[in-house]
Design a binder for this molecule. Sequence first.
Ligand SMILES: NC(=O)c1ccc[n+]([C@@H]2O[C@H](COP(=O)([O-])OP(=O)(O)OC[C@H]3O[C@@H](n4cnc5c(N)ncnc54)[C@H](O)[C@@H]3O)[C@@H](O)[C@H]2O)c1
Ligand SMILES: [Zn+2]
Length: 273
Amino acid sequence: VTRSDAVIGLGGGATTDLAGFLAATMLRGISYLSIPTTVLGMADAAVGGKTGINLPEGKNLVGAFYEPRGVLCDLDLLDTLPDKEIRSGLGEILKAGFIADPHILDLAEQDPSKLLDTGSDEFADALTRAIGIKAEVVSADLRENSTTGVGREALNYGHTLGHAIEKAEGYTWPHGYAVSVGMVFAAEVACRLGLIGPDVVARHRTVLESVGLPVSYAGAPWETIRATMSVDKKARGSHLRLVLLDGIGRVRVVKDVDEEILRRSFMAVGGAQ
Ligand SMILES: NC(=O)c1ccc[n+]([C@@H]2O[C@H](COP(=O)([O-])OP(=O)(O)OC[C@H]3O[C@@H](n4cnc5c(N)ncnc54)[C@H](O)[C@@H]3O)[C@@H](O)[C@H]2O)c1
Ligand SMILES: [Zn+2]
């Protein structure tokens, strides 16, 4: 491999993250082209310049910020993708809807089967919108250190509980499934804080359930889940920062939410004591 060569990552997010990290470190950085083959890879992993690999101690502990020269999303590649993986990717696409683009939610409400069909115009529309939202957010805040406004942290909507569920389940839950439950949890918290009404919480459940995403979790007990939430890498120090909505498309970060509200919200998504 010489400086004039390039690495091409063709595969799901795990593959493109590894390929991007290799490209970032070989000869201190050679060209990288990303060709994601999963919905999650297209909507999330291929945008934003983060690459990384896991260590036995935890996910994404080694990595680099590295931009690909280009990203090619060929929707025909999704023909062989199992439904479960399509749904997982839709979790991230619908997240983009909740934090920034209600039109994506409208698409799910009009006909969820269209969103599950990766050959439909509606799917292409929702995916394109989700990619655009992520690209916009990360280009404004590339290294996750925004001091003004919410910045890249907005993309973490549903991820604080989501990551805790993934860890508790030994990473056997698809990422988007865990994020789906996490978004309902965040909506329950926001409702209890008076930021949104029960109608918005209900909209979370309806939209996510319509594409077959889970909206409840009854695995590990609250104590275990809560402990993991505090050590989430995005927790910043010892403060728990939750990304919440104060309306569809309006994100805010709330620090140190009352413990009883957190616990009750976990119960509201079916959580165990
Ligand atoms: N860099 C980032 O910003 C970022 C963002 C989100 C996720 N990620 C990473 O992405 C990974 C998750 O990505 P993922 O959901 O794509 O999972 P994945 O890469 O594990 O792929 C999911 C499964 O689908 C299979 N697969 C991939 N493409 C296929 C196709 N076209 N047809 C049939 N099967 C196919 C894979 O072999 C695998 O079994 C995680 O490692 C996560 O850390 C990174
Ligand atoms: Zn995610």
